[in-house]
Design a protein around this ligand. Structure first.
Ligand SMILES: Cc1cc2nc3c(=O)[nH]c(=O)nc-3n(C[C@H](O)[C@H](O)[C@H](O)COP(=O)(O)OP(=O)(O)OC[C@H]3O[C@@H](n4cnc5c(N)ncnc54)[C@H](O)[C@@H]3O)c2cc1C
Length: 185
């Protein structure tokens, strides 16, 4: 009777964990639990009416052709700049973000023409920020799980790297850890 492994969250980390679990020589039964209506988490593309594809998370679109002609640009704004605006009482609006993005594109790439189409999304707290003491807290959590023999393994952007590559690797390592912990699968 194969053991059952539950994977919580169908972002790239959870999907990678599922992939590596079911590729084991004697795979466990894998149940993926996803809170939303779709898989992929932050990896999400949306298509505008004219067919232009916007990436809401990591960049998947590579500009083709002459720069500025048929080019889709992604401008990410945030961090200290956003915090300064918020603490200064500035009202955050789609127009403000678009203005800032166009200003950045004009200054840094020399593209002065306004875009033919644009999409502005505000994603609060979308990329985990590792604050001081992060690694110690992670180590303490790992020790707690080991000490209490909890059948729980952590993977994902909140722990050891936010890039897509890091997330896939964390899913792979979590799957390997689970498979090692239950050798009688
Ligand atoms: C705007 C943006 C741009 C980025 N650009 C890049 C880039 O260019 N290159 C790069 O390498 N990385 C980039 N990243 C980082 C990378 O995309 C993310 O770190 C990665 O996709 C996170 O994957 P994840 O599976 O760890 O988490 P998530 O994508 O957040 O997935 C978690 C999943 O778990 C689900 N969930 C949450 N709680 C529960 C629950 N209680 N029960 C069930 N399901 C639950 C969620 O619905 C979600 O589907 C970007 C991220 C953002 C936001």
């Amino acid at each position: 009777m194969p053991r059952t492994v539950a994977v919580l969250g169908g972002g790239i980390s959870g999907l990678a964990a599922c992939y590596y679990l079911i590729r084991a020589p004697q795979p466990p039964k894998v149940i993926l639990i996803e809170a939303s209506q779709r898989l992929g988490g932050w990896i999400r593309s949306v298509r505008g009416e004219d067919g232009a594809v916007f990436e809401l998370g990591p960049r998947g679109i590579r500009p083709a052709g002459e720069l500025g002609a048929r080019t889709l640009l992604m401008v990410m704004l945030g961090g200290a700049w956003l915090q300064a605006l918020e603490s200064g009482g500035q009202k955050l609006s789609q127009e403000l973000f678009q203005q800032q993005a166009q200003k950045a594109v004009a200054t840094q790439l020399g593209l002065k023409k306004p875009p033919t189409q644009s999409l502005v999304s505000l994603h609060k707290s979308c990329i985990p920020q590792y604050t001081l003491g992060h690694w110690q807290r992670l180590e303490a959590a790992a020790q707690f799980l080991a000490k209490h023999q909890l059948p729980l393994t952590l993977a994902g952007a909140s722990y050891e790297g936010v890039s897509v590559n890091d997330c896939i690797e964390s899913g792979r390592r979590a799957a390997a850890q689970v498979l090692n912990a239950i050798p009688d699968l």
